[in-house]
Design a protein around this ligand. Structure first.
Ligand SMILES: [Fe+2]
Ligand SMILES: [Fe+2]
Length: 272
């Protein structure tokens, strides 16, 4: 199975990059499954129903979220009717939406997509390890699922690495999101789980994590309130990773994907 994961889509440059490039990549790389983190897709903060539909229309099979899940209030309502949209599983009980979903590929393979949020340098949440455990025991790899993708939305690399090793051999992919910066540690862990500490963002990298540079710089120097952070407006870069998954649901190949103007290009040569 050929799976593409794309990191946080940030505002219009991120959306345009996904909408313009993903349909062609799906075709060229004969992708079976695409998961996209959409937590910053609407002006940098949250996701609207129409934007979620756009990402799905461009070829995303599932859209994951994070700490910005409900920045657009409408998400509180439409998340219930969009089974492909997943918010962190470790929100408190009663939070609208779902922490995991199963999508079916064209060939009938079942992919469990789980989203959890870290607790280090982020809002306190329920235990993400227990939340993942609950989701994967309800839909285990090799039994109810042919592949399992876990998006760990977290600030701390240590927490993401711990999750990778904790799940090694039990899921197909553990990938970090949230920092908007791709890490160079994509690999297959000893038990067969593909891993990357952060997928990076789909957005304008001539920015501070996707936002126009001036106000973040000013605020870090002056420490006084100023204007709202606005999404940067330059051309977006796609960032994420490509994973080949074997018949047992574990990873056999992994490559970084970076396509756009600001970062060194990277492609899965094994699919080209
Ligand atoms: Fe983000
Ligand atoms: Fe985030």
């Amino acid at each position: 199975m050929r799976l593409l994961f794309l990191g946080d889509v940030v505002g219009r440059p991120g959306r345009v990059a996904v909408i313009e490039q993903l349909p062609g990549l799906r075709e060229r790389w004969r992708l079976d499954c695409v998961v996209v983190n959409g937590e910053n897709a609407a002006g940098g903060f949250g996701i609207s129903e129409s934007i979620c539909d756009e990402l799905i229309g461009a070829g995303a099979d599932a859209v994951t979220l994070g700490n910005h899940s409900f920045d657009q209030r409408e998400a509180m309502v439409f998340i219930a009717r969009q089974p492909r949209l997943v918010r962190p599983a470790n929100y408190p009980p009663g939070t609208p939406g779902r922490g995991a979903t199963v999508i079916e590929t064209r060939d009938g393979a079942r992919v469990l997509v789980v989203n959890v949020m870290g607790r280090v340098f982020l809002d306190p949440m329920d235990d993400p390890f227990a939340a993942v455990e609950r989701e994967i025991s309800a839909c285990p790899l090799g039994a109810a699922a042919d592949a399992v993708v876990v998006d760990v939305h977290a600030e701390a690399t240590s927490e993401k690495q711990a999750m990778g090793h904790y799940l090694d051999g039990r899921v197909s992919l553990v990938v970090g999101t949230h920092t908007h910066t791709p890490t160079a540690d994509h690999r297959i862990l000893p038990g067969g789980t593909a891993y990357m500490s952060d997928a990076g963002m789909c957005g304008d990298y001539d920015s501070v994590i996707g936002m126009q540079k001036h106000e973040p710089i000013r605020r870090m120097i002056q420490k006084t309130p100023g204007s709202r952070w606005e999404v940067a407006t330059g051309e977006g870069t796609l960032s994420g990773l490509a994973v080949e998954i074997g018949g047992n649901g574990l990873a056999t190949k992994v490559a970084a994907v970076r396509l756009g103007p600001n970062l060194e290009e990277s492609r899965p040569t094994f699919w080209e």
